[in-house]
Design a binder for this molecule. Sequence first.
Ligand code: DON
Length: 307
Amino acid sequence: MKSPIPDYLQRVLEKARPFNTGAPASYIDVLAKADTSRSAVAVATVDGSVYSAGDDDVEFSIQSISKPFVYALAIQDQGVDRVLEKVGVEPSGDAFNRLSLEAGTNRPMNPMINAGAMATHALVVSSDATMEQRVDRIVEALSRLAGRQLYVDEEVYAAELKDANRNMGIGYMLKAAGMISCDPQEAVRGYIRQCSINVNVRDLAMMAATLGNGGVHPVSGERIMPQESARQVLSVMTTCGMYNASGEWIATVGVPAKSGVSGGIIGSLPGQLGLAVFSPNLDQRGNSVRGVAMCKQLSRDMGFHMM
Ligand code: DON
């Protein structure tokens, strides 16, 4: 029997189509030129089925959606206690590109803001690894999660690096605060390469489903991360994943999530599924306008809210 799910996802997509206010990220010129008519949605269940609709094979740079997965890698490579010495777990309530160091500890508030993501990136493999070693490890791990080989989009990388003054500034502040031990420029360049890895919504849904499945890949059955790492990552996504819209998101959609400036959003419902949406126009807080509309609809229709 044909599954009704793809037709349902198509309806979700069409319903959200008129919600196309906002604008693509303007501070990275490749993203500013994105085709704003595009949108896509995908759902992957923890038993390995993937359903999708719309521009589901269109690739876009993963951007901040890389952050939870790299956080999981840092925990795997250094242990959670060492990671917690360098990056906190409290929502900052501020924009993602603010420094947001915690009073007293000097740690970036959480791994989902840029400062925290750079400090997290610098912990992957080991504190004295090279940028190439870290990026190779990240590309390999994200590819295993997606179930296919992923690549850094060199055009996106070059475009972001060209205007990376703010992130470079954050990198130097992290070094001054003792939160990274490597060269700050290496940490920022590696972090930008991590953000420039291309994915589509089907890849992201599978990656999110792996988190929702406690770290076991739904298709390969491979344990990609320990259960405790998946729990830590989902906890931080719950409180910090949608930046300064995290509170409103968890009250309305009710799913641990992460957004990125290229217009993607992932959600992971523990024990059930991973979902991913994509559309480039963003709201004031950097979240995809149609993407948020689709997630709200899915949550209402399917009862995804955790409560
Ligand atoms: O650091 C940056 O500005 C980007 N590479 C990633 C930021 C991002 O996706 C924030 N998301 N809303």
